[in-house]
Design a protein around this ligand. Structure first.
Ligand code: SF4
Ligand code: SF4
Length: 192
């Protein structure tokens, strides 16, 4: 348990980018779009409850459409996350990776009033948890607090999406609530 620091060093085994499904927030998605100019359809996938473990069925980030539930995740290939460079074994969007990727494999312990108390290493996430380094918790605290704000915004967007009774609604319509895709070709032809 670390109040000021946690003994940990990543040995780049790749487990978290190959075996763990990454669930970005809309903020994370916007950061990736800005950095890569990729359309969200290229790198996102909406999955159903049976495709993921460890996410509570009552989690407020499930999109609900016609009695089905969908969760926004980063697309995966047979070799892991869409953004993993399989040859080099690194993240292709490292500087712009989701906040949850930055927090892995740390687990937060909160005070009774919901503030940050300390961090430890998650027991059941498959990380080998090498202890030959030091990570200071003030950095983790900043990331966690930033992610919390985005999680709250995410939940508000999901609640709004779920309340919309639009006919023919699809999971990818959710992205339209926070990313505007401009069709440049169409715009150019429309503008003299
Ligand atoms: S976005 Fe990068 S750090 Fe996060 S799971 Fe994918 S490859 Fe790993
Ligand atoms: S599972 Fe742990 S050691 Fe392996 S790459 Fe991820 S953080 Fe590093």
């Amino acid at each position: 348990m670390g109040i000021k620091h946690v003994r940990f060093q990543c040995h780049h085994c790749g487990h978290c980018c190959t075996d763990v499904i990454c669930c970005p927030t809309p903020f994370d998605v916007c950061q990736i779009v800005k950095a890569t100019h990729l359309s969200p359809q290229k790198f996102l996938k909406f999955i159903e409850p049976e495709e993921i473990e460890g996410v509570n069925k009552s989690d407020p980030t499930w999109l609900k459409i016609n009695n089905k539930k969908y969760l926004m995740t980063l697309k995966r290939t047979k070799k892991g996350c869409f953004f993993r460079d399989t040859k080099k074994g690194i993240c292709k969007i490292y500087e712009h990776r989701p906040l949850l990727c930055r927090l892995f494999p740390f687990k937060l312990r909160q005070t009774r009033t919901g503030k940050v108390h300390s961090f430890s290493l998650h027991k059941d996430v498959g990380c080998p948890k090498h202890r030959d380094g030091i990570v200071f918790t003030d950095k983790l605290k900043n990331i966690w607090e930033e992610d919390q704000k985005h999680q709250e915004d995410y939940q508000d967007l999901v609640a709004f999406f779920n309340s919309q009774g639009k006919k023919g609604k699809k999971p990818f319509d959710f992205i339209g609530l926070f990313v505007v895709i401009i069709n440049n070709k169409k715009n150019k032809s429309n503008n003299p």
